[in-house]
Structures are given as structure tokens and as C-alpha cells.
Design a protein around this ligand. Structure first.
Ligand code: NDP
Length: 695
């Protein structure tokens, strides 16, 4: 039989021994054997740290983002092959879409994060803090990639997404990964890894694969490593208690099975759009991936008075869910990932049935579309009703990882909140309600017990991404029972793989370290006006000192006329009693506009446009008779690969506008955002040629 291979220290390696036989969950036929015997996990981790880490750290965020994008585009082209294999895991086409396209989508989403990071290998976090009277001793934070390796131990239900949602983040941060998929479905992960390695898009050492058991891997972790785990709470807790993690202070991000809930609001009576939305969502979560989703709804919390209506509506929906071979038309739900899983789910359902009533389904049989119940790992959807969920508590504790859910009745919103919290920590809870007050009370009452809360009503349901879909830019992970971890989450996710370090020194030194101009640092002479320099020619710290302007009462009156802003403090000298102002004060926006008049170089040059202002502050009143000038400094340069409709290669430059008075004190401080043309227009020329060829 075909043996899956492991990818270790730059080579495909076949494990020794017979390995574990993996079966097609639709037909029951053997597919391959998986073994990692003979692999040296310590050596693999060392290789990741020695080879993959340095190569990724040499790249900037921008380069890593483009690498993810290229990888996503490459994998998209091979999608068909992966869908074929995914079928053997029991997945329907929509299930495979979640896993495969969802995984590639994650790469794309993380690639786009490059626009929020500097074109450096490190990130500058937050604001500068001044700790001194003269402003010459300041502090800031930088974040650098950890110099270890990310070990991802994954569950069987998402062999592609499970790997990519995690790797996208650690690669973007500059950290290599060793992926250990659950053995059961590792043949699909192996196929994707093979394609990734063959593409040569990642630097060598950025990805290694263990297609088989990884028992003992935690014993090799070192202080710069990170471990993530997705799977059962029992395995997670066992791994997390490994003393090596404590000794080396290695973060262990755990995402375990949780008893997620969906609540039907008290207002959502049968016949309302919210009632229908709720029923649809519960049905979907029970049957997508045959309910083998960490986010699936296990507890449907319903107003007592509507229990019978929900039971009837869900039963009707579930009857329409044709179970069987996903390759045969009409099938809406496939099989569980394996026979072992089916045995486990049956055991769990029997535990639940000890105190709740079966409302729909059977553990013994199912009407199947073109498949054999005994050979495959099929199970019919199982719906139960618990009459007393405050006292019959197994529903808050036992997770049957399949197409299984229980209806729990409640009397009022406070009870719905209490029942939700009895899950002791979930990845996600949703509520269907058109009453925003209910939504607010429910959200604030349950947020501490959830990683994500989705509120559905008639306004948002059509465009909703769904209860079960974690999004790359939002937190995925939950407290307590859900493992206490946090994956993804846009920038926040990336930071899990980075070390935040406080840096202290003079603003000039910190400008050099961060490559972002820090207020109070020495200025550099640009040689000519900065608006006459291209993106590549500009250097952080280059400053234009402008002419000066003495503010007059006429300026204030004229600006009031132009803007229509006749606020008393600008216009009426007799109204200033009890205010901080001593005289008619110039409008802050006048000061900023005048500053623009002073710092702009009017001749046509490489600056294409000014598209906004960040962090604008007016720090000291300006009265008639005071003189202002501007120190106009290149604060930060941000790489940009978008050519736009006008097909011009350009970068983003942030300029610090420091407006000061006769006493050399800052009266206004702002950051303006500009787009500046590059000297190198080769990307634009190439794009123009391509467009011409297409024509
Ligand atoms: P497990 O917890 O058994 O396994 C999860 C991962 O841990 C697998 O890759 C497994 O590898 C690995 N593993 C197990 N023991 C060790 C060890 N000693 N050292 C290193 N790695 C280890 O979960 P399953 O995937 O088997 O699923 C079982 C249950 O977990 C489900 O029935 C469900 O309740 C829950 N689950 C929760 C998910 C979630 O996202 N929250 C997702 C999937 C499952 P191997 O496969 O080789 O044993």
C-alpha cells in the first residue's frame, strides 16, 4: 500500500514500519498508510530554526505577504486535485470549499495584511512615550519574529484549512512551521504540502510535515518555539501539562472542542424572519462537514414557548438533508471522517440520551444516497430535546463531534445568558433577534465566555458569513472549555509569533532603530524640497523648515467666512470669560491649512496626492500676533505594490507636520499621508505591456 511521506530537513522521507492504515470514509477502502517512525523530531525542529527561520526573517513583511499571495494563487490552480482527495474524508463539495478554498482564502487575507506593516522584518508597535523634561529620553516598542519554530498539531476535520490558517500567520510573522495533521486525514494535507514544496515559493525550511504520529515532539521545544494545538480537550490538556513547556516558557495555544450555542431571541416568534434564520443556521451547523466543526452549534437555546415550533421546523429541514456519497447528485451531507469517529459519536450521543429525549434521527441506520451504511462512516443527523437544562447538565459538557444538537428551553433572556455560560467557554455563540436591547444584554452577559458572538437579524442575515465560519481578521479561539487560545485575528494573530520589546533611548537613536521619525529627533537636510524627491530618494528624518507667517485677526475672520465656523472663541473677544482663551483664538483648521500653505512645494513633482491626515492635535492656542512655522519631516515610508488605474508605481510617505510658534513650542502636530511616485517604473511598464498583449 502507498505510504504517505514526511517532509523533514529538506527531503521527503518515508517512515519505517507498517504505519496506520487510512480509509476512505465513503467506501471504507484503504487509501494509504501513515507512519512517522524513524523521524528525529529534535533534528527537524533544529532545521526549522537554523534554515527556515533566518530565511524568513531576512524577508520584510511586504515580501512575506507577496509570498503568501503567490502561494495562494499557485494552490488555487491545483484545486481540482485536492477536491478529489477531500471527497474521501467524507466531505461534500461545499464542505471541501470550507476546507480548501477557506484555507487558500486565509493565505490571501493574511497577504493583504502587508499594507498594515512596514516594509521591514519587524513591526513598530504603538506610540512613542516621553519620559523626560527635554524630550531626549523616550521609549517605544518593537516586535521582532521569534527565532524558534511553530509546531502545529491539528485536528482531522480541516486537513487543509487547519494547516493554512495557522501557517499563514506564522509565515507572515517570519517564523517557520512544522505541521502535524491528524493522522486520519493526513493524506490530503500531504498532497497540499507536496504542492507547496514543489512550487518553491517558500524558502527552504519554512515548512516541514509529519504525516503520522508526533508523540514526544513537545519534549524538544525550546524557549523561542510556539506550539498550537487543535483537537480534543483531553489530548490538549495532556500536551499542555508537559513540563518542558513550563521549563522553556513556551506558549501553547489550545483550541479544543467546545459546546457552542445558538439562541433564538424571545422576540423571534415563528413567522418572523429571525425564526427562519435561526432554524436555517442550526440545520446548517448540524450538517455542514457532518457536524465535525469546532464551531458547530451543539446547544440550540430556545424560548420555552417555541420549543415545539423549533423542533417541528428543524425536523422538517433535517428530513430534507439527503445523506450519502457526496459524488452523487442530491447528497447534502457526507460521512464522518472515519469509523472510529462514528463509534465515538455514538458513545457520546448515548451519554446524552441518558437524560434527554431523541427528537430526530437514529444511531443505527440512515437512508443513504448511493452508499453503504456499514462500509462508510455515515450517521444520520441527531436532534435531541432537553426538558430541564439547568439540572440535566450533560448537554453542557459532552461534545458529540458529529451532526448532533440539542434543543434547550429557557424562560427569559437572563436564563438564555445563564445557559450559554454553562458551556464554560465557547468558540462562538450566535443569537437571532431583531431586538437590539436583547442583543446588547445578551452580548455583554456572555462575552467573557466566548471567543466570538454573532448577532443575526433580518438586516444582516443575507450577507452574514455564518455562525460556523471563523474569519482571518477576527479572533478565532475561546476561553475555558474552548482551550483559552486565540488564532488568527489580523494583526493580533501575527503578534503571537513575535516578541514585543520595549526600547529606550534618545529620539534620534530610536528613529534609527525603528526607521520611523520620532518627535524630537535630529533632522536631516534633504538637499532640496522633499516634494521634489521620488519615493526611493526620500530618507526618514529629512526635514523642510518652512517660511514663517504671523497670524492676524483678519486671518481668523477670513477663515470663519470661508469655512462658516463662527464658534464664539474665534469670533467674540467679549465671550472668553471662564474659558482657557486669552484672546480670539485662531481656528485649529486654519493653522493646519496655513501650515499646508507653508510646507507645500507647488511645482509639479513626484508627489501625486495627499490622501488624509492621521493623529492631528492642536496643542497650544494661537492668537493674533503670534508667528508660526513648520518643520515638515519624512516620518515613515510604506511600500505599496498597487499600480492603480493610472498604472503608476508609487509608495506611501507619511510626513510629520510640526507647527511651532515664536517660542519654538509645538502648537499643532499632524501626520499627513501622501502617495509619491517611484523612480523605478518597471512594474508599471510590465503591466502596460501585458495589457497590450491581452488586447
Ligand atoms: P485528538 O485530540 O485525539 O488529536 C488531535 C491532534 O493531536 C492529532 O493531530 C493527534 O495526532 C495529535 N496527538 C494526539 N496525541 C498526541 C501526542 N501525544 N503528541 C502529539 N500529538 C498528539 O483529536 P482528534 O483529532 O482525534 O479528535 C477527537 C475529538 O476532538 C473529536 O471527536 C472532537 O471532540 C474533538 N475535536 C475538536 C476540534 C476543534 O477544533 N475544537 C476539531 C477536531 C476534533 P494523531 O491523529 O496522530 O493521533
Amino acid at each position: 500500500m502507498k505510504k504517505l511521506q514526511n517532509y523533514a530537513h529538506g527531503q521527503w522521507v518515508e517512515g519505517t514500519g507498517d504505519g496506520k492504515t487510512l480509509y476512505n470514509s465513503i467506501t471504507g477502502e484503504p487509501i494509504a498508510a501513515a507512519t512517522s517512525e524513524g523521524l528525529d523530531f529534535g533534528e527537524m525542529m533544529d532545521y526549522g530554526r537554523r534554515v527556515g527561520g533566518p530565511a524568513l526573517r531576512k524577508m520584510t513583511f511586504h515580501e512575506r505577504g507577496l509570498m503568501l499571495k503567490a502561494l495562494a494563487m499557485h494552490l488555487m490552480k491545483k484545486k481540482k486535485d485536492f477536491y478529489k482527495l477531500s471527497w474521501a474524508t467524507g466531505a461534500t463539495k461545499p464542505d471541501s470549499w470550507f476546507d480548501i478554498d477557506g484555507g487558500f482564502g486565509n493565505l490571501f487575507a493574511n497577504a493583504s495584511l502587508r499594507r498594515q506593516f512596514p516594509n521591514e522584518s519587524y513591526y513598530v508597535d504603538g506610540e512613542m512615550h516621553n519620559f523626560s523634561q527635554s524630550g531626549q529620553f523616550v521609549g517605544h516598542h518593537i516586535m521582532v519574529p521569534k527565532e524558534g519554530v511553530a509546531i502545529h498539531i491539528n485536528a482531522f476535520n480541516f486537513p487543509v484549512w487547519g494547516m493554512l490558517e495557522k501557517c499563514a500567520v506564522n509565515w507572515f510573522a517570519g517564523v517557520p512551521a512544522i505541521v502535524k495533521p491528524a493522522t486520519l486525514t493526513s493524506y490530503l494535507t500531504e498532497a497540499v504540502v507536496r504542492e507547496i514544496i514543489d512550487s518553491k515559493i517558500l524558502p527552504e525550511g519554512a515548512l516541514q510535515l509529519i504525516a503520522g504520529s508526533a508523540r514526544g515532539i513537545i519534549d524538544h521545544v525550546e524557549s523561542q518555539d510556539i506550539v498550537t494545538f487543535t483537537g480534543s480537550a483531553s489530548t490538549g490538556k495532556m500536551l499542555k501539562s508537559n513540563p518542558r513547556l513550563v521549563e522553556e516558557a513556551v506558549p501553547f495555544n489550545m483550541e479544543a472542542d467546545s459546546l457552542n450555542a445558538s439562541v433564538l431571541g424571545e422576540d423571534a416568534a415563528p413567522g418572523t424572519p429571525e425564526f427562519d434564520i435561526f432554524v436555517k443556521e442550526v440545520r446548517k451547523e448540524m450538517t455542514v462537514k457532518a457536524g465535525q466543526k469546532c464551531t458547530a452549534i451543539r446547544r440550540a437555546i430556545v424560548p420555552e414557548k417555541y420549543v415545539d415550533d423549533v423542533r417541528k421546523a428543524l425536523t422538517e429541514q433535517l428530513q430534507k438533508t439527503t445523506v450519502g456519497d457526496p459524488n452523487i447528485d442530491g447528497t447534502r451531507m457526507g460521512a464522518l471522517a472515519g469509523q472510529e469517529q462514528r463509534t465515538e459519536v455514538r458513545e457520546k450521543v448515548n451519554q446524552l440520551l441518558a437524560e434527554q429525549e431523541l427528537a430526530y434521527g437514529s444511531l443505527e441506520t440512515a437512508e443513504l444516497n448511493g452508499a453503504d451504511y456499514e462500509k462508510g462512516a455515515f450517521l444520520s443527523p441527531i436532534l435531541m430535546v432537553n426538558s430541564d437544562p439547568f439540572n440535566k447538565k450533560a448537554c453542557h459538557d459532552v461534545e458529540a463531534f458529529g451532526p448532533v444538537a440539542t434543543i434547550l428551553p429557557y424562560k427569559n433572556n437572563d436564563e438564555a445568558i445563564e445557559l450559554t455560560r454553562m458551556g464554560k467557554g465557547s468558540l462562538v455563540t450566535s443569537i437571532a433577534t431583531a431586538d437590539d436591547k436583547t442583543a446588547r444584554d445578551f452580548t455583554l452577559g456572555t462575552a467573557a465566555y466566548n471567543g466570538r458572538i454573532m448577532i443575526l437579524n433580518r438586516d444582516c442575515a443575507k450577507e452574514s458569513t455564518g455562525h460556523g465560519a471563523p474569519l482571518p481578521l477576527l479572533v478565532h479561539g475561546g476561553p475555558g472549555r474552548a482551550g483559552g487560545g486565540e488564532e488568527m485575528g489580523g494583526k493580533r494573530g501575527v503578534f503571537h509569533y513575535m516578541q514585543r520589546t520595549a526600547i529606550q533611548g534618545s529620539p534620534t537613536t530610536l528613529t534609527e532603530v525603528t526607521n520611523q521619525y520620532q518627535y524630537g529627533a535630529k533632522h536631516k537636510d534633504p538637499g532640496k524640497h522633499v516634494f521634489q524627491k521620488h519615493f526611493e530618494e526620500l530618507e526618514v528624518g529629512e526635514t523642510v523648515f518652512t517660511h514663517k507667517h504671523t497670524v492676524t485677526e483678519t486671518d481668523i475672520t477670513n477663515f470663519a467666512n470661508v469655512s462658516g465656523d463662527n464658534f464664539y472663541a474665534h469670533m467674540d473677544k467679549t465671550s472668553l470669560d471662564g474659558t482657557i482663551f486669552e484672546d480670539r483664538v485662531a481656528h485649529g483648521y486654519f493653522i493646519l491649512s496655513k501650515a499646508a500653505g507653508l510646507f507645500v512645494d507647488p511645482k509639479k513633482g513626484p508627489v501625486l496626492l495627499n490622501y488624509g491626515i492621521d493623529n492631528c492635535r492642536f496643542t497650544k492656542p494661537v492668537y493674533p500676533g503670534m508667528t508660526i512655522g513648520v518643520r515638515f519631516t519624512v516620518q515613515e515610508k510604506i511600500e505599496n505594490d498597487k499600480l492603480g488605474d493610472e498604472n503608476v508605481a508609487k509608495g506611501i510617505v507619511k510626513f510629520m507636520v510640526d507647527i511651532y510658534d515664536d517660542e519654538d513650542e509645538t502648537v499643532g502636530l499632524a501626520t499627513i499621508l501622501t502617495m509619491v511616485k517611484k523612480l523605478d517604473q518597471s512594474a508599471a511598464e510590465e503591466a502596460a505591456k501585458e495589457a497590450e498583449n491581452e488586447e
